[in-house]
Design a protein around this ligand. Structure first.
Ligand SMILES: Cc1cc2nc3c(=O)[nH]c(=O)nc-3n(C[C@H](O)[C@H](O)[C@H](O)COP(=O)(O)OP(=O)(O)OC[C@H]3O[C@@H](n4cnc5c(N)ncnc54)[C@H](O)[C@@H]3O)c2cc1C
Length: 390
């Protein structure tokens, strides 16, 4: 039995969830190692839109200036289109959130890794966790992470965190049960276009389909079109045709603009995965980000969830490792708080992803989604107030 594992916390996955959690734990003085099978700064499929909660977290952690300095354009309004009716919502500045931002992942993820390293966390790329280690009591005690030349390497830690995405190896190895399952999912095709401009996020809905236009770095727009997953075949065989046909159905004006525009690289597709929530903790382990719960990307809330829960989890781990409470209490609290903030967002997103609404019903769903996000924002801003001495 190892009483003095090398690290307090081993984190598998170094993107929004893993790097943010590592940064916060290292800032609390814990010894943290993060491993990621990928490359620093590599891209992944995303439409990049941060909601207010995600922006607030980056600002509270002192990272929003770097996002702005990387040329990420501020988004000061959101256009929601129902059929052919546009509703414009101005983004009212609130503390820690002067505007919304949609940073490319090649910008945001390395910035979080740099902040984690600066706080003292070790972050190593090109290393894949393949299995978990257990102590004599069956508690998770680290992970098997083969060296780049294939030698067995055991990395020991008091807590192992799976921040390793939808197909989390940590969740699989501990058998984390699903506590909630979604029923619907969306297939999405999109890419980056230079030339056309957009004033703010454009969320475009028409019965049976949806689309989005998101201003991101390098003066580009991220443009995507979505249909229910069952119809993915229509988009899959001929992604360009599926994208343009769906865009024409949903937003003919944007279809005209994009038909002549120059895309940077091929369009890429995501077939869709129904949402899920997993139990996010157990003896010696925890999950965060998509590994913990996944919502259809149509809500554009995954990164915001990850940045929010990174802090809930980091606080719980610090309490577990340094506090006097009974083992598991703080992590149980993490799950409860995650659920309190997520269950309504999850259910609404699942309804929206089904694409079986009419436009009046959709509007009600989006108004309810917006109210649930306001509750989340209130909670995040309250965390600062709690730190201000009376
Ligand atoms: C098409 C699409 C569009 C989206 N659009 C938006 C949007 O507009 N706004 C938004 O907020 N969210 C969006 N999302 C969701 C968002 O991308 C995710 O919620 C977010 O990336 C989750 O971050 P994460 O750190 O939990 O996991 P990931 O980003 O999936 O990162 C997991 C990391 O773990 C590593 N890893 C996995 N397994 C192992 C292993 N065994 N060993 C070592 N490393 C491992 C991977 O290499 C990866 O780097 C979108 C998702 C999709 C699919």
């Amino acid at each position: 039995m190892h009483h003095d594992p090398t690290y307090d916390v081993l984190i598998v996955g170094a993107r929004v969830a893993g790097a943010a959690t590592a940064m916060l734990l290292a800032r609390s003085g814990l010894r943290v190692l993060v491993v990621d099978q990928g490359r620093l700064g590599s891209d992944i499929l995303s439409t990049h839109a941060l909601m207010r909660g995600g922006v607030i977290q980056l600002s509270r952690w002192g990272l929003l200036d770097a996002v702005r300095a990387a040329g990420t354009p501020p988004v000061r309004r959101t256009v929601v289109r129902y059929g052919d009716v546009d509703e414009v919502v101005q983004i009212k500045p609130i503390p820690h959130c002067d505007a919304l931002y949609a940073p490319r992942r090649t910008v945001l993820d390395p910035l979080l890794v740099a902040a984690a390293r600066e706080a003292g966390a070790e972050v190593r790329f090109g290393l894949r966790a393949t299995a978990l280690l257990r102590d004599d009591l069956g508690r998770v005690a680290g992970a098997v992470v083969p060296t780049p030349d294939g030698q067995r390497q055991e990395l020991r830690a008091r807590i192992t965190v799976g921040a390793d995405g939808i197909r989390s190896v940590v969740a699989r190895e501990v058998g984390a049960p699903c506590t909630v399952r979604g029923t619907a999912s969306t297939a999405l095709v999109g890419g980056y276009v230079s030339g056309p401009t957009a004033d703010g996020y454009q969320w475009l809905y028409s019965e049976g389909g949806s689309a989005g236009i998101i201003p991101t770095n390098h003066g580009q727009l991220c443009a995507w079109a979505a249909v229910p997953s069952g119809e993915f075949a229509r988009l899959k065989g001929l992604p360009d045709l599926g994208f343009h046909a769906t865009m024409r159905h949903v937003a003919p004006d944007w279809a005209d603009v994009l038909a002549d525009a120059r895309f940077d690289g091929p369009l890429r597709g995501f077939p869709g995965v129904p949402g899920f929530m997993r139990r996010p903790w157990g003896p010696g382990w925890a999950l965060v980000g998509d590994a913990s719960h996944f919502k259809d990307p149509l809500s554009a809330h995954g990164m915001t969830d990850a940045l929010r829960d990174a802090e809930l989890l980091a606080d719980a781990i610090v309490a577990e490792l340094t506090g006097n409470g009974p083992a598991g209490d703080a992590l149980r609290g993490y799950e409860q708080f995650r659920d309190e903030l997520s269950l309504e967002l999850f259910a609404l997103t699942d309804r929206i992803a089904a694409h079986d609404w009419d436009l009046a019903e959709l509007r009600e769903l989006l108004v309810a989604l917006s109210a649930a996000m306001r509750t989340e924002v209130g909670h995040l801003l309250d965390r600062d107030r709690q730190l201000i001495p009376a």
